[in-house]
Design a protein around this ligand. Sequence first.
Ligand code: 2HA
Ligand code: ZN
Length: 275
Amino acid sequence: MKVLSHPTIKAYIRMCQDGWEQGWHERNGGNLTYRLKADEVDAIREEFTFERPWTELGVSAPNLSGEHFIATGSGKFFRNVALCPEESICICEMNERGDGYRVVWGLTAGGRPTSEFPSHIMNHSVRVKATNGECRVIYHAHPANIIAMTYILPLTAKAFSRALWQSATECPVVFPDGVGVVGWMVPGGADIALATSELMKEFDAAVWAHHGLFASGPDFDITFGLMHTIEKAAEIYMKVVSSGKPVMQTITDADLRAIARDFKVTLREEFLDEK
Ligand code: 2HA
Ligand code: ZN
């Protein structure tokens, strides 16, 4: 089967277009990776080529040995993915040690996978462990409101998780573990990859201060939905703060506990105030 005819590849391209339409991917901003299933690789392998060189990642993820990832290309624009996928995205095969990769499909006009590939691979590695192999998608975007929040709140998981949970009633149900927060760091390297993956042991999303958000999940719907829910809550938070009006009421900790009880989710207790 042709790579671009496969439903999973089509779903990946649709998610890139959805993110672009949300306004989260100015210029070459953001990146998306998906860990292909063995039967998906088998279905499209006929179009793979193996002449491109193995490249070191700078990080090591032995539990991803031999896995295949779809990835957006470094310097490529989400805006162009649906129009010209074969030039904008690629499929990478991991080496046996899990510390390098080669491009086996795509990027037909040249290039390499996203500059954040080390962060994606480290996040895949810890999320695969944390979810017993369920996690397949890592998504990085630059939504404006969650970035704006990083200028006015303490850069702690507790401050962000509470502010987001209190901004929309569905939030504690969608991300009961809350979100992690990484202080400002230089993007694109092994340091930010390691810092983010430490947080992803406990959280399925992590804010990058003054930069954007990482979200993870088992499929495109859940992962896009997590990014969307967090950014919408951030938008509400920023609208309330920007209104200049005093906050007259909010979702209280007792309310959060009531949601957790009825929706059968466990909220991270240390993020709630005393009963
Ligand atoms: O791909 O978003 O963090 C460009 C970026 C880097
Ligand atoms: Zn970025």
